[in-house]
Design a binder for this molecule. Structure first.
Ligand code: ATP
Length: 466
């Protein structure tokens, strides 16, 4: 009998689990850490890799109109003049002369005064705020041994521009015609004024961006298409559908390049927040890079002679933020036969480890058979072998890292070469022949999956609701 006892996930619980199980650590912890910078440990790497692999799969394998790109992080500095980042990628910043803290002037309502946390900056009698100044979020560095005129470069604040500057190369070598897309996953850097909330907002993060080039008249239709497709990506990977929503930007929120933008938002413990932005960028980027580089960036139809500058639909997601949303959505606690367990109900394809192989006891030929099973399965999926401690403790450990299936090798296994397969969520045990395991795991990984949290209705309360 299992009973769900918790339906509220807090960021603190996620941070604690990530540390306890080696998903994510504070960066440079032995030196006291670096603010809002994190390192991914073994299971964190596997989880984030799976998120990125699922994104690539949706872009490259399940479609035939998208090609891949991996552009350099340091680009020609003119890129950022053309894109508008040098002049406009800024946040308004205010300093408090009393407490020496720095805040985003447009977001004082979500900051608290360090001297009087019940008040917002500027509201406490002793607050002494400066006027707002525009602060560029790009990290600047130099190429070459000396800092001189013309040696300044920037760590890219988004991966998108690497795609636009390669438009001509890709068009030429991939033999594509609009509609087609160029997809990229990679690091981006932003000197955020107020980072925080664990890996939700960091200064170094990974983006998963698609620039989808379309004939201008088709832009609205493709914008709608990508809104649906991208929302479905999250729910197909297990996110509860009442925890993800689309929010359209109002005219005053739109970026300088955007004709329309909608965010996919997730109900994080901090409230509804952006997971991914989907923008109709029109022809802004290709026109600007054409103007600044002198290269023609357009599509020419060789049979009709028709030429035009394609419009761009951009679904832009964060790998770290998505991984965090998947963790939050998967986190569960329940009482099982009088014992409390924490379990990550991750979609099996996202789970860092797919299968754990556990001999019941450390004798009677069980460890040898378990190792044989493990060595066979690890060629097929990410598998783990564990013989240390009681079987109950080993199950709990696998539950906490979200391993969907645990195989137990017992006395009967040695006699008839079958194992029990324990399901992480239902706790059901099923006997399967060792020779059929690889095929059975493949089948289960490909099967549609729905989180039991949705069925149980263990919804997180909306902390922003009245
Ligand atoms: P926000 O409003 O949260 O600052 P944004 O609108 O500036 O985000 P975009 O420029 O649209 O973000 O970037 C696309 C995606 O990249 C975001 O939806 C998010 O998932 C991710 N992202 C952006 N900034 C950060 C950051 N500082 N840390 C982690 N992920 C980020």
């Amino acid at each position: 009998m299992t009973e769900s006892i918790t339906d509220i996930v807090t960021m603190d619980k996620i941070v604690a689990l990530c540390k306890r199980r080696g998903f994510i650590f504070r960066s440079s912890e032995i030196y006291g850490g670096v603010a809002s910078t994190y390192d991914y440990g073994h299971y964190g790497v596997l989880l984030k890799n799976n998120v990125k692999a699922e994104w690539w799969r949706a872009m490259l394998q399940e479609r035939d109109d998208v090609v891949a790109l991996d552009a350099a992080i340091i680009m020609h500095p003119r890129t950022w003049e053309a894109s508008g980042h040098l002049a406009g990628f800024t946040d308004p910043l205010v300093d408090c002369r009393t407490c020496k803290q720095r805040f985003r002037a447009d977001d004082l309502q979500s900051a608290s005064c360090p001297r009087k946390p019940s008040k917002h900056p500027g509201e406490y009698a002793e607050c002494d705020l400066t006027d707002a100044r525009e602060f560029n979020l790009m990290f600047e560095t130099t190429v070459g041994p000396v800092r001189e005129a013309g040696s300044s470069v920037y760590l890219r604040p988004e991966t998108a521009q690497g795609i636009f500057v390669n438009f001509k190369n890709v068009l030429q070598f991939s033999r594509r015609r609009p509609p087609f897309g160029i997809a990229q996953v990679g690091k981006a850097f932003r000197n955020e004024i107020t980072p925080g909330n664990f890996v939700f907002r960091t200064r170094e993060f990974e983006q998963m961006e698609l620039e989808y080039f379309v004939p201008p008249d088709d832009a609205d239709r493709w914008f709608e298409h990508w809104l649906g497709a991208r929302r479905r990506w999250y729910t197909d990977l297990g996110i509860r559908s009442d925890h993800v929503r689309l929010r359209e930007h109002g005219p005053d929120e739109l970026s300088h390049y955007s004709r329309a933008t909608s965010d996919i938002e997730y109900l994080f413990p901090i409230g509804w927040s952006e997971l991914e932005g989907i923008a109709n960028r029109g022809d802004y980027d290709l026109m600007r890079h054409a103007e600044f580089s002198g290269e023609k960036l357009e599509y020419v139809d060789s049979s009709t002679g028709e030429r035009y500058v394609p419009h761009v639909i951009e679904p832009s997601a964060g790998a770290d933020r998505s991984a965090l949303a998947f963790l939050v959505d998967a986190y569960d606690e329940e009482e099982v036969e009088g014992e409390r367990r924490t379990v990550l109900r991750l979609h099996p394809r996202l789970a860092p480890v797919k299968v754990a192989v556990l001999p019941l006891v450390r004798r009677d030929g069980q460890p040898e058979l378990a190792r044989e099973v493990y060595e066979r399965l690890r060629t097929v999926v990410q598998a783990e072998y564990d013989e240390g401690g009681s079987i109950g403790r080993r199950y709990r450990r696998q539950d906490e890292i979200g391993t969907p299936w645990a195989l137990t090798i017992d006395g009967q296994s040695v006699d008839d070469r079958t194992v029990t397969v324990r399901d992480r969520d239902s706790l059901a045990q099923e006997r399967v022949a060792i020779d059929a395991l690889a095929e059975e795991l493949r089948r289960r990984l490909e099967a549609p999956w729905r989180t039991p949290k949705a069925q149980a209705g263990t919804s997180q309360a909306d902390p922003t609701a009245a």
